[in-house]
Ligand binder design. Sequence first.
Ligand code: SF4
Length: 371
Amino acid sequence: MNFFIKTFGCIQNTADSERIKTFYWNEGFIETDDWKKSDLVIINTCIIRESAENRVYGLINEIDKWNKTLRPSGTSLDRAASKKIKIIVTGCLSGLAHKDKTGKKLSQLKRDFPAVSEFLPIEKISFEIEPLRGKSETALIPISFGCSNFCSYCIVPFAKGPEISRKIEAILNDIDKAIKDDFKQVMLIGQNVNSYGNDFTEATLVSMGKKRFKSLFPKLLEEVAKKDLEKISFVSSNPWDFSDELIETIAKNSNIDRLLHLPFQAGDDDVLKNMNRGYTSKEYLELVEKIRSKIPDVRFSTDIIIGFPGEDEKAFENTVELCKKAKFEIAYINKYSPRKGTVSAKLYKDEIPMKEKKRRWIILNDLINKK
Ligand code: SF4
């Protein structure tokens, strides 16, 4: 029996797919790189943008069409050409449906896509399965799952649920195994990686509508840095959780990557507030300066959303100004599009024309990525 896995979306999904592969290998399946030659297709989905979701539906429909054009079993001389492919859908699309307590979303999906045998919640694939890693130089190590931040534009907290951190011993054990397998580089991953352990600790401060916790991430990172590793990186950090202790930990361990990914999303305070990001542009820039003063060889990459509702010309100029001051090495720039089910889609009108979003995208891309 062969299986094919298609992974959409972020690095977290890539890591989840490595564990899914092990699960099916253990069930006796063999991986193939052509879905037409498989008995089972697993689609690990991303729904962060409508285009990603549509690609998922496109693949399901393509397989369904392929299945329907087959002759009934036994009439073909070519067994491989007459078998039907089973489809399992997991990741954010399944997560969102399973987390809807009314059950309506799951029923709707089942009605819309009868070709899918199962909408599998990713939590059913245990964190403790040893992942089947690809040829990459870097071992991906998930340290937490889900997110409790509720940025207003983001579907992740609804699809993956609140942040759940793995036990530190389990993470260090995974890293030891990766080292045994000759990995010299690891990447710690979580939707909000530097809030690791917030679910184990008590909130110490409430500010700007958000709770601040004493994150256990610096402690974890310190332990990982003691291992025989050449490079340790981590994604994705939230400025809100980037503590002084974390800066110190990075500064004193030269095997922690100096390229830090620190998404800021917008440089205008009203827009940031409507995004529910929990910091101002001034606080973000102060953080960047503080990190630079302690880690002189640090470089930054970032994520930006342009065309968020309320981003007028002045607000966009504030974003441009922040980019000039922060001097990012790379920026991943996304044009805002509302996701059904998110707070921003409910509260704000997507008022900025696509033509204008494209113009702003080009300005920022030229400024940061084309230097
Ligand atoms: S930090 Fe914000 S953008 Fe990132 S996954 Fe959590 S809610 Fe989404």
